[in-house]
Ligand binder design. Structure first.
Ligand code: GLP
Length: 247
């Protein structure tokens, strides 16, 4: 696991976006695994800017997103499908049919999970998977629990995630209690993983992920067993990990 720090959030996003831009340029038919949350927004802005400047072409790119809230329609402005359309898909020339986000309103959630795994197997392997990290170490919506979930599954969101994500909703009671998420095993199949973290609030969990025990209580810690993970952190989020590395 490699750590790349940046002075500011903007610089961190530029660095991570460059890796994605290089991937798309070298392999126009790339499969990108994408993430939501506030941290990747600056990366999507960079990619949109490069597209507008004529430097990037998304016409053959395929994307698969990590997760979706259960109960929210694609038109709901809190859904992850809506987020991706707003921040990236509507702003670049990617064909909508090449963009995949789990269905938040499936008739049968278990069946949706199975079908999403099938889809991933059909379009994959993912060339680069982008990840954020939750305050409790979750990636996608893989919450701390007794095991590392292997496949796409239905998740009961933890109280801490509901509270953390309530900043995007009018009230915490409106935060869905369940989601569909790729499993940790699904995420680990990507050829290359970029994890982005920003702000002081992420410093401890970035340290725990990199130096603490590998445990399902810190789901992101399993990434240490992946051969190609780069953590991009701004100065605040990377502070504790950087101090440990320079000891
Ligand atoms: C949500 C998403 C995660 C994301 C996390 C952190 O829970 N499911 O994929 O990493 O939020 O979000 P932020 O980047 O806003 O801290």
């Amino acid at each position: 696991m490699k750590l790349i720090t940046a002075t500011t959030y903007e610089e961190m996003c530029q660095k991570a976006a460059r890796v994605l831009a290089a991937q798309i340029t070298l392999k126009p038919q790339s499969v990108l695994g994408l993430a939501t949350g506030s941290t990747p927004i600056g990366i999507y802005q960079e990619l949109v800017r490069e597209y507008q400047e004529g430097k990037l072409n998304f016409s053959q790119v395929t994307t698969v997103n990590l997760d979706e809230y259960l109960g929210l329609s694609p038109e709901n402005n809190q859904s992850y499908r809506y987020f991706m359309n707003q921040h990236l898909f509507n702003k670049v020339n990617i064909p909508k049919e090449n963009t995949h986000v789990p269905n938040g309103q499936p008739q049968n959630p278990q069946e949706e999970c199975r079908q999403y795994e099938e889809l991933l197997a059909a379009v994959g392997p993912v060339d680069i998977q982008l990840l954020g990290i939750g305050n409790n170490g979750h990636i996608g919506f893989n919450e701390p629990c007794g095991h590392f979930p292997e496949f796409t599954h239905v998740v009961n969101l933890s109280e801490s995630t509901i509270q953390a994500n309530s900043r995007f909703f009018a009230h915490s009671s409106q935060v869905p209690r369940q989601a569909v998420s790729m499993g940790i095993g699904t995420i680990m199949k990507a050829k290359k993983i970029l994890l982005v973290a920003s702000g002081q609030g992420k410093a401890q969990i970035v340290y725990d992920m990199m130096f603490g025990p590998v445990t399902p209580q810190v789901p992101a810690s399993l990434l240490r067993f992946h051969p190609d993970v780069t953590v991009f952190a701004d100065q605040e989020a990377g502070a504790l990990a950087l101090a440990a590395l320079s000891k």
